[in-house]
Ligand binder design. Structure first.
Ligand SMILES: [Zn+2]
Length: 500
């Protein structure tokens, strides 16, 4: 009987965020379950659109014994602390070993659910370190296959250390479980004795998140279509693309291409072909954004409803602190008659609202408490329209079934401007965030979401138009604003053709 060890360690690191990726961030994340061990991985993640569930299903259906070891993820933030990395990586490496001993022999293969853009305090490529430690424990013959997020920053050494990999192909990430399943199918082939030829290229430019959406019409959709075409060539097994996570200040930051084929297949030529398509599309990735005041003006002038404004620079899903008030201030200054903003991270305001009770009106100092960007809090009278315990069950196609706990939550209103404030940070990408507080997004003129692209999974069907805005925040849309130290020489910080 074949035994496959399964583990996950998922973190997207914004090196410019002051919020540490400490052990508590992995034990108590606001979104997915915290650090989970053994068979609890199967039960706690059951039905969720996450890679490990897709992988475990494929492995079990193939008749293999799945040995779940440890799985952890945190809301994106600053570098993973040495303590958190060593604790969780230690659990995975020791767990694989112990499971092997308990089962009488070591596992025959390993599947890893990784993000691909993790940076630790003491390691620029901690995922490579994890793979190396597993290899040292298991020997070179046990195949190790990983799935990665579309925002992975892949290094040549990490790709070379794996027997195979698969990456999300959709942003919003609708295909997380499908990607895990695809990685598991590569592992099945490895377990049957097959090995793959691999081509790898790193592109010479960074792409800001808001320009990475894979929906119809964008440059990314053309790239992924070209990859699908290449995969059909004889001998090809996969053509994978990562668009990268720019705020990770490491040498291997940025988009990359991985081509997989049977031994002898020309994966180098396939990688060259895909690289040519990407280079030809570079200038199309340049998408300048309006600042907050202009974005609100555009939204107020639009005819349909709702207009969705994406607050991409304060997106907690990309390491933003979630307490930025640039768009809130712009809505109030413009006296927007009917607007809703979600989700402002402000524990103090949430607690103040709960102490006051529904219907009360009081002076609030909202947001800008982290000091992440030089902003003043918004000071105004707000009425408490609704209070919740912050327990949300996501409904949309990307997050369906996810259970989120964002702590005490309050819907505050100043004239026509409503703002949802909560004790914990969350990217407000699923409509359940608004609906759980009694807001039906279809019924309002302007919806502001602290999200870059994931909101599109649900809101593209609802919104009459979408405006991506550049309000103050730590997740910069113009990457030239970051004080990078470690990018590799020659890497362009913005796509060619971006305005100066
Ligand atoms: Zn991602």
């Amino acid at each position: 009987m074949t035994r496959v060890a399964v583990a996950g360690f998922f973190h997207e690191t914004n090196c410019f965020s002051p919020i540490p990726g400490d052990l508590d961030a992995f034990l108590r994340p606001a979104t997915l379950p915290g650090l989970t061990l053994g068979d609890d991985i199967v039960t706690r993640l059951d039905g969720m659109n996450v890679p490990v569930t897709g992988a475990m299903r494929v492995l079990a259906e193939a008749g293999h014994t799945v040995m779940p070891i440890a799985w952890a993820s945190a809301v994106p933030c600053g570098r993973v602390t040495k303590d958190a990395f060593e604790t969780i990586a230690g659990m995975i490496v020791d767990g694989v070993n112990v499971a092997g001993i308990a089962g009488g022999f070591r596992p025959d293969g390993v599947y890893l659910d990784l993000h691909g853009a993790m940076v630790a305090e003491h390691l620029d490529d901690p995922e490579l370190e994890l793979i190396r430690r597993l290899r040292a424990r298991l020997g070179p013959d046990v195949p190790v296959v990983a799935s990665f997020d579309l925002h992975a920053n892949l290094s040549p050494a990490r790709v070379a250390a794996l027997d195979g990999l698969a990456m999300f192909r959709s942003y919003p990430h609708l295909d997380m479980a499908r990607t895990g399943a695809r990685a598991a199918r590569l592992l099945l082939r490895c377990l049957a004795g097959e090995r793959f030829a691999v081509g790898f290229r790193q592109l010479p430019f960074l792409v800001p998140l808001h320009a990475q959406a894979t929906g119809e019409g964008g440059p990314a959709s053309g790239l992924y279509a070209a990859a699908r075409e290449l995969e059909t060539a004889p001998g090809m097994v996969g053509a994978e693309l990562a668009l990268g996570f720019p705020p990770a200040d490491v040498a291997h930051c940025g988009p990359s291409i991985v081509t997989l084929g049977t031994l002898g297949a020309d994966t180098e030529a396939a990688a060259d072909a895909l690289e040519r398509v990407a280079l030809a599309a570079e200038s199309q990735f340049s998408r300048p954004l309006p600042e907050a005041t202009k974005a609100v003006r555009l939204a107020l002038a639009a005819s349909g409803r709702p207009v969705v404004i994406a607050d991409t620079q304060d997106n907690p899903g990309a390491g933003g602190t979630g307490d930025g008030v640039g768009l809130l201030r712009a809505l109030l200054d413009a006296r927007a008659p009917d607007a809703v903003l979600a989700l402002l991270h402000d524990p103090q305001a949430a607690r103040q609202a709960h102490a006051l009770g529904t219907g009360a009106t009081a002076r609030f100092l909202l947001g800008a408490h982290s000091g992440a960007v030089p902003e003043r809090p918004v000071e105004a009278e707000f009425t408490v329209d609704a209070l919740t315990d912050g327990r949300i069950i996501a409904q949309g196609p990307m997050y369906r079934g996810n259970r989120w706990e964002i702590g005490l939550t309050a819907l505050l209103r100043h004239s026509g401007v409503r703002v949802l404030v909560a004790e914990r940070r969350l990217q407000a990408a699923d409509t359940a965030v608004l609906r759980h507080a009694g807001i039906e997004p279809e019924q309002h003129a302007i919806i502001v979401l602290k999200s870059s692209v994931h909101f599109r999974a649900e809101y593209e069907a609802i919104a009459s138009s979408i405006i991506v805005a550049a309000a103050p925040g730590l997740h910069m849309a113009d990457l030239r604003a970051y004080p990078y130290q470690k990018l590799r020489p020659g890497l362009r910080r913005m796509p060619q053709g971006s305005p100066p």
